[in-house]
Design a protein around this ligand. Structure first.
Ligand code: AMP
Length: 554
């Protein structure tokens, strides 16, 4: 047995935790129905002054499922969910499962170009969409004729609450886009009805969650009911959570951390999930004061922002018993500052979309070690039932302590990418995920990330793939060549920079190119700076050397 398969990290688990767990359910719909039977009156969603109980969520999702089925949504079909952290996200997700289908989690920051690709690639036949995103974005995607969307249900972030917090909703009116159904009307018109569809099975896709890659083409990770359920249970057991807890929903629900560590976990316990549409530090701080959450998980920038809210006191944070942060590196100094200010230790948690949130986490109550050489804070130890190996350049297992690629096997690893067998084979050979992250394990079993094999840029947990930004730049008539790299940024960790050479005679400013990119892609992706160069550095075979540019820029 190799050093890794002996799982030396098991001795670091919190006392009483087993090496392996067996979830009591194998689909998220079973998870939900079981929690509903036990606790129909649990307030599963708290949204400003609005509350929704488990029974109400059940009724609402039944009604939407019935309406979808009536419009031809069939078992196995997909529905895009293109909303913020709104109650509609949960209603939509449960409704598609009840109608026998799968959700496609879509970032509401996405523009028409991105949305069209995701809807077309997933073959979605239905879309649940924020009203304000319909006219500006979704309508164009659907009218492009490239998608199979037949049914659009729109909703408003004003639904489900009455406070209308002006900090978020001052400029927001209501609209009823033509050709769409309205969620609140559907819930009324279909109240008491249900879809007559077969129950999803454990290996059916529950959510397609898109992640890009070096090719620049987003791939739908097939987050199945089984893999999602497994890691919802991981959270419950690892963080010792129960029905008395309340979850602060600060991670975007369309991203894997929010899907598992907020939605699936809240449905499993069940316990309240506190939502606030989108992350606005002052608004979230008020939600913490009002709803007193005990658990959260989010990107480190969320905690930096909350700590910076004027007037925030130690008392305000005192209900947060268990706090984890993942998705992006945590600087040990930032962790210490947060601890000094709030009394809360932020536990590191690491994983990918393909591992349904954690493959690693710091044991609850333990302060993770810092690697003296790289200064990296440990990302924790592999969670239940999981084996993580470090591989050298040739794909062989590296000795303990040596740096190499992190490769993960476990029940939370996705079976593959939606209709992309080659990408699946490349990233998941034999079912083991090649993460593209570079790190090592120390002799005690702690893991550290020190580099990346992949070209990805990590801007505050939002992943930007240079190839996609470059493709957009190449679409501009002035651009001859483009290379996009990540450069250090004090707040976002990394940010996006483009090096561009122009076509002979082209006249354009960096600002104009930035504006062009901004109109084509989600806000977190567009280059924050553009530098014009005569020639981009290349290998003898003509491949642009992104790394050289990155080193030059940092
Ligand atoms: P995503 O698929 O968006 O969840 O992104 C996964 C990637 O985020 C990983 O491959 C890592 O590069 C990065 N990541 C996730 N968690 C951490 C963490 N705790 N520390 C550093 N990087 C992280």
């Amino acid at each position: 047995m190799s050093a890794y398969s002996q799982r030396p990290w098991l001795k670091l688990y919190s006392p009483g935790l087993p090496a392996d767990i067996t979830p009591e359910h194998s689909t998220l719909l079973e998870v939900f129905r079981s929690a509903l039977r036990r606790r129909p009156d649990t307030e599963i969603i708290r949204y400003f002054d609005g509350v929704m109980t488990m029974s109400e969520l059940d009724e609402a999702s039944d009604a939407l499922a019935a309406a979808l089925a009536e419009r031809g949504f069939a078992p196995g079909d997909r529905m895009g969910i293109y909303v913020q952290n709104d109650p509609a996200f949960l209603i939509g997700l449960l409704a598609v499962w009840k109608a026998g289908g799968a959700g496609v989690a879509i970032n509401p920051m996405n523009k028409a170009r991105e949305l069209t690709y995701l809807l077309a690639d997933s073959g979605a036949t239905a879309l649940l969409c924020l009203e304000e995103l319909y006219d500006g974005v979704a309508k164009a995607a659907i009218e492009s004729g490239s998608t199979s969307v037949r049914t659009v249900v729109t909703c408003s972030p004003l639904d489900g609450q009455t406070r209308n917090d002006p900090r978020l909703f001052a400029a927001l009116g209501r609209s009823r886009p033509e050709g769409t159904l309205d969620l609140t009307e559907v819930l009324d018109s279909h109240a008491g009805r249900r879809a007559d569809a077969p129950e999803p099975g454990p290996d059916d896709v529950a959510v397609l969650t898109y992640t890009s890659g070096t090719t620049g083409v987003p791939k739908g990770a097939m987050n199945t009911h089984r893999t999602m359920t497994f890691n919802a249970v991981t959270y419950r057991e690892w963080m010792k959570l129960g029905t008395d807890d309340a979850i602060l929903g600060v991670a975007p629900l369309f991203h894997i951390t929010g899907l598992i560590g907020h939605v699936a976990l809240a449905l499993l316990l069940p316990c309240p999930l506190i939502l606030a549409h989108r992350f606005h530090p002052e608004v979230v701080m008020d939600a913490i004061r009002e709803h007193r959450p005990s658990f959260t998980v989010g990107a480190i920038t969320v905690f930096i922002s909350l700590a910076g809210v004027e007037g925030a006191t130690r008392d305000d944070f005192s209900s947060l018993r268990v706090v984890y942060s993942g998705g992006a590196p945590i600087a040990p100094a930032v962790n210490q500052q947060f601890l000094d200010q709030t009394g809360i230790y932020i536990h590191n948690i690491y994983g990918l979309t393909e591992t349904n949130s954690p493959s690693h986490a710091v044991p609850l109550g333990v302060h993770a070690p810092v690697d003296p050489t790289s200064g990296a804070l440990s990302v924790g130890v592999p969670v239940f039932n999981t084996v993580v190996r470090i591989l050298d350049e040739d794909g062989n297992e590296a000795p303990v302590g040596e740096i190499g690629e992190i490769a993960t096997t476990g029940p939370q690893v996705v079976p593959g990418y939606w209709q992309k067998p080659e990408a699946t084979e490349a990233s998941l050979p034999g079912g083991e995920l090649r993460t593209g992250d570079v790190g090592f394990m120390d002799p005690d079993g702690w893991f550290y990330l020190v580099d990346r094999k992949k070209d990805m840029i990590n801007a505050a947990g939002y992943k930007v793939w240079p190839r996609e930004v470059e493709d957009v730049l190449y679409g501009h008539p002035a651009v001859r060549e483009a290379a996009v790299v990540g450069v250090p940024d004090e707040y976002r960790g990394e940010t996006v920079k483009a090096f561009v050479s122009l076509k002979p005679g082209a006249v354009i400013t960096p600002e104009e190119l930035i504006d062009y990119c901004r109109s084509q892609m989600a806000a977190y992706k567009y280059p924050r700076s553009v530098e014009f160069v005569d020639e981009l550095p290349k290998t003898t075979t003509g491949k642009i050397l992104r790394r050289e540019l990155r080193d030059q820029a940092t």
